[in-house]
Structures are given as C-alpha cells and as structure tokens.
Ligand binder design. Structure first.
Ligand SMILES: [Zn+2]
Length: 209
C-alpha cells in the first residue's frame, strides 16, 4: 500500500520521539467533510487548527501528515476521558474521509477497505491487538467517526476484519529499528530491515512540499 507524506503545519501537532512501545492504541476518526485525503492533508499543511491525525484515508489511498514518532492532537479533551488509558501521547490517529450521502456522513467502501489495510499494517508494526483499536467516541464520547458511531454494526464489522487479521499475524514482536531521522528531502536515513514494514520507520516516503 502506498502511503504518501505531506507534513502537517507544526502548529497542528507536537514533535516528539516516541518509540514503538509507547504507541499502544489506534484511534479512528472521520473528516466530517467532503475533502479528499489529499485536500485534507493540504489543509493541515497550510493552516493552523491545533489539531491533526497521523493518517488520512480515502477511496484513493492514504496520506500521512504526522510521523508516527510525533504526537498528533486528535483525541484530547478538556472534559472527561471515557477511556482510562488512551491519550494523544500513546496513540496514532487515523481519519477516514466521509462523504455526505442523503444528508448523512458515510464512508465509501473503498475508503473502509484502505483503512482496514492501514490499520492492519499499524497493528503489526506496533503489536497492537484489535481490542486497542478504538473510535474517537470510545475515548471522549465525541460523535466521531459518525458512520461508526451511528451504525454500531458497521463498526463491529470493521473490528471483525481486524480480529481476523490478528488471528493470522499476532502477536509478532518486532525489534525496534535503530534510531533514524529524516534528511532534508524528507526521506528516511535509516535502512529498512527484513520484516519491518515501511511505516515502522515512520514512513520512508518522499516528502511533498
Ligand atoms: Zn475524531
């Protein structure tokens, strides 16, 4: 799966140096809008929202806008947390682009398919079981992602596909790669190792500016 990268504006996330073991949850969101993943990535790159996710998924593919090692601002709240452990600091945020359909936000099937692939990849990278793949709603009770909150059966079907992946692949602990960094071109300076997916190096995609 191709993951394209365009960094979000630095005002939309917190630069960090998280290691693999610090990433314990995957949190699913929707964009609540009609923008494509590329359009959403461009918006996050050029304007300050004090909010972000790591990945944006639509029917055409995946854009990464915050590196996994950095902290995206996607599930924080000044109110009450309804999950005891999941926070921005220990999670990766994934937004699915939703489309307005008959007056309601809906996910296109291909976007869900791409999200399943991405989530499975991240589950493997970080040894995250399906039980730690959450909706934003599960963390703060915000109605997000709308199609998976309004239709619990759709969320259960999504989760079921992750459980199936888990039975095939989990657990498979992987060694954390040597410290790596990006050069000016945005390309990772470390070398991928056998068994490590590209995302385990926080993406080795060419940065698009
Ligand atoms: Zn959300």
């Amino acid at each position: 799966m191709e993951i394209r990268f365009q960094s979000a504006h630095t005002g939309n996330y917190r630069a960090s140096a998280r290691e693999r073991a610090q990433i314990a949850y995957l949190v699913i969101h929707d964009t609540a809008g009609s923008a494509s993943a590329q359009q959403a990535a461009e918006q996050l790159a050029h304007a300050v929202f004090s909010a972000s996710v790591h990945y944006i998924v639509d029917e055409n593919g995946v854009w990464q806008v915050v590196r996994d090692a950095d902290v995206a601002w996607h599930c924080g709240t000044r109110g009450t947390y309804y999950h005891p452990y999941c926070r921005n600091a220990n999670s990766i945020g994934i937004a699915l682009c939703s489309r307005m359909l008959d007056g309601r936000y809906a996910f296109q099937a291909d976007a869900v398919e791409n999200a399943v692939q991405l989530v499975r990849l991240l589950m493997e990278c970080y040894a995250i079981p399906a039980g730690r793949v959450l909706r934003h709603y599960d963390v703060t009770q915000k109605t997000c992602p709308v199609p998976f909150v309004e239709h619990a059966a759709a969320w259960q079907a999504f989760r079921q596909r992750l459980d199936d992946a888990g039975k095939m692949d989990m657990p498979r602990p992987l060694a954390f790669p040597a410290p790596v960094g990006y050069n000016k071109g945005g390309r990772i300076s470390g070398q991928a190792r056998d068994g490590l997916s590209p995302c385990c190096l926080y993406g080795n995609q060419e940065e698009i500016t």
